[in-house]
Design a protein around this ligand. Structure first.
Ligand code: CP
Length: 313
């Protein structure tokens, strides 16, 4: 099995078959986690570089663990102490890594499209670890896998994404993946945090969270990204909490077996109450565990496909 591509830049360009290929590939890697030696020789002799221009706990660490469990060598670039601080361009940084025969570059960047620039200029496989408001494909895949593992299907499920849809690359990747796999996706949040054309992606919009939480199978709660907001997009955090926090009371009117998800990092007491985050419905820690297995699968599935000649445009 493999994905028919050198890079993973987003889920928009994967079809249902590709997404199913990822889902089908994860389990053998996850089964390694309960063994005393959690390693496979899949990527022995390969080198993976983590190039994170924005902070990360889960994604960076889980890519490192995933690559090491596949026996790859891993380099964690420290942007603050690298030549990026002296003004080196993204492409020159990428070409420098490639000159050292790096096989994969995992990139997180505040600029939407930064991974695409590297992908078009390098032979290495480029994996998008989150770019601006655009996509966070491995988060979308691990969310998809967690739902699939728990509910045994995706087709026909009702999935609600709550909160800051406008600034969320996680929301975009979830919407692409879930709608292609046949889920019914709804988004809910303040009108100012819902993109105006979001219905074009095949999702329904609710502004009333009490209405939205009823009858859904999954609620994926998104972080309020205050650092990306250039203006105040809701009156106050207090009002956001009143209308859009997933509380014990709102959980009580949802289905008893609803899955509660959050990509992290959580703002406990803002978009999600501690009661809900730690409830038996919550699969937030399982999302993190699955993140390692899903990233192992992605590294494996991209490995046989290498572009021979990168373009220089
Ligand atoms: N979900 C996610 O991307 O978390 P990090 O920012 O910690 O990587």
């Amino acid at each position: 099995m493999s994905l028919n591509c050198k890079d993973l830049l987003g889920l928009e360009h994967l079809d249902k078959k590709d997404l199913q290929t990822v889902l089908d590939s994860v389990k053998p890697f996850k089964s390694l986690f309960t063994m005393s030696v959690k390693k496979a020789p899949t990527l022995i002799g390969k080198t993976v570089a983590n190039l994170f221009y924005e902070p990360s706990t889960r994604t960076r660490t889980s890519f490192e663990i995933a690559a090491k469990r596949l026996s790859a060598d891993v380099v964690n670039m420290s942007i603050d102490t690298s030549s990026v601080a002296k003004g080196e361009s993204l492409i020159d940084t990428g070409k420098t890594l490639e000159a050292m025969k790096v096989d994969y570059i995992i990139i997180r960047h505040s600029l939407s499209g930064a991974p695409d620039i590297l992908a078009r200029n390098l032979n290495a496989s480029i994996i998008n670890a989150g770019d601006g408001f655009h996509e966070h494909p491995t988060q979308g895949l691990l969310d998809l896998y967690t739902i699939y593992e728990k509910k045994k299907k995706i087709e026909g499920l009702k999935v609600l994404l709550v909160g800051d849809i406008l600034h969320s690359r996680v929301a975009k990747s979830n919407i692409w993946a879930l709608t292609k796999m046949g889920a019914e996706v709804t988004v809910a949040g303040p009108p100012t945090l819902i993109p105006t054309n979001i219905e074009d992606l095949g999702v329904k919009v609710y502004y009333n969270l009490d209405e939205a939480v009823k009858k859904v199978d999954v609620i994926n709660i998104l972080r309020i990204q205050l650092e990306r907001q250039k203006e105040n997009l809701f009156p106050s955090v207090h009002e956001y909490i009143e209308f859009y926090q997933l509380t014990k009371e709102r959980l009580a009117i949802a289905k008893p077996d609803v899955l509660i998800m959050h990509p992290g990092p959580m703002n406990r007491g803002v978009e999600i109450s501690s009661y809900v985050a730690d409830s038996s419905n919550s699969v937030i820690n399982e999302q993190v565990t699955n993140g390692v297995a899903v990233r192992m699968a992605v590294l494996y599935l991209l490995s046989p496909k290498r572009k021979k000649n990168a373009s220089s445009d």
